[in-house]
Design a protein around this ligand. Structure first.
Ligand code: BEZ
Length: 211
């Protein structure tokens, strides 16, 4: 199944390293990041899980729950977590879905047969509190993801969910933002009474409104 931006994230019940989870119920009112790994006991995945564990307080601060997945079972994940804690410096502190029958992987189209017909690619799905998919990313097995970029995207998603703005290239929290293209100058006067800079009629820049 292809999961696209704006779709309701497919719900599922699955075994995890922290017990059985029903995805939507587990998310509650939080944002969520669901991310897949090709396989347990593999080097790049080990570094990714260790890094996510290390920066989990950053996800917590943003009201985001993180959950991993690979096609191995929970017993294997739990054995692997020992190695991750030992080598990466932080114990895995979020649930990992065991998915040996590819139930969740198929639901989210995480197996790309022309890349590998049994292992998941490195997928990321960011889900909003409305359970809608806000971002999808797909990386190959050979390239570890940049989880600081995932945090940066979450900052943008959470800002633009609350203000009629968009964030420019390479924006980071605290940087100038752009008035959304659908907002007329007249409406912008009400929304942004402190004003903005018009670089072009379609490119109106202002300081981040919640800073
Ligand atoms: C890795 O995590 O290093 C990896 C996993 C599956 C295939 C290739 C690399």
């Amino acid at each position: 199944m292809t999961v696209r931006l704006g779709d309701i994230a497919p719900d599922f019940t699955a075994p995890t390293t922290q017990g059985e989870i029903s995805f939507h119920e587990w998310l509650g009112d939080s944002w969520g990041v669901l991310f897949s790994h090709p396989k347990d006991f593999t080097p790049v995945c080990t570094t990714e899980l260790g890094y996510v564990a290390k920066i989990k307080p950053e996800f917590d601060k943003r009201n985001v729950k993180v959950i991993g997945l690979s096609v191995d079972d929970v017993a294997s994940h739990l054995r692997w977590e020992g190695d991750i804690g030992e080598t990466q410096g932080t114990p895995v502190n979020f649930p990992m879905i065991g998915d040996p029958d590819h139930k969740v992987a198929d639901l989210y189209d995480m197996i790309h047969p022309n890349a590998n017909d049994t292992l998941t690619v490195r997928s990321v799905f960011i889900v909003g509190p409305d359970k809608k998919v806000k971002l999808t990313l797909t990386y190959p097995a050979s390239t570890g993801r940049n989880f600081d970029e995932i945090l940066r995207v979450i900052d943008s998603l959470q800002l633009t969910a609350n203000y009629k703005v968009a964030t420019p290239a390479n924006w980071v929290d605290g940087g100038d933002v752009i008035i959304g293209a659908a907002v007329t100058d007249e409406d912008a006067k009400q929304l942004f009474p402190n004003g903005w800079t018009t670089v072009k009629p379609y490119l109106r820049v202002l300081p981040q409104p919640n800073k």
